[in-house]
Design a protein around this ligand. Sequence first.
Ligand SMILES: O=C(O)CCC(=O)C(=O)O
Ligand SMILES: [Fe+2]
Length: 209
Amino acid sequence: MSAIPQLDHILDSLSDKGYCIVPNFLAESLSQQLYQHAQAIPEQYWNTAAIGRATQQTVNTMVRNDRILWLSAEQAIENTYLKLMDELRTELNRQLFLGLFDYECHFAHYPKGAFYKKHLDAFKGRSNRRLTTVMYLNEDWQEQHGGQLVIYGDRGEILEQVTPERGTLVVFLSEKFVHEVLPSHRDRLSITGWFRINASISGIVDPPR
Ligand SMILES: O=C(O)CCC(=O)C(=O)O
Ligand SMILES: [Fe+2]
């Protein structure tokens, strides 16, 4: 038995469709602790989210206007989540041979009115991000609160519209799925992360985020 909840569903769905949606992935106690922890972090530690990586980063609030904060293994509760995702990484490598090398993730806070327009998280050959993960921490999310994650197919059709409810995990191939976050009508808190391969890009091994 793996420590990863609903592992078979995750593996089947990822290999069939390239994405999976897993309600109740995270135990209520853990998601609640993560939520309270993130809520308690003072405003000045959060950064305006940028687009692109390293030297090409730009802040464009027309595209996204969430605020982010990277998780670190030095914070006990953050480390609990990082360790869980590392176990998932091990299983994905063992069962789907994905060669995932590491994992990085950040809290994302979408204040009322915030959104993230249609985008890809990675571009072929230009990124070492293979799989995107999103974990939602919001309690009692209602349809009218907006903030859904919309995942699009190759022809621009809507494949999924995900309610950002506490405990739900979404995983998808970073290069394949265009997606967006619809305007959120209440505070929305999540952890977005990426499983990466150890590719060298322009001669720089494992470039900074
Ligand atoms: O929060 C979400 O539902 C998705 C966030 C996202 O697409 C991103 O941070 O790249
Ligand atoms: Fe994204």
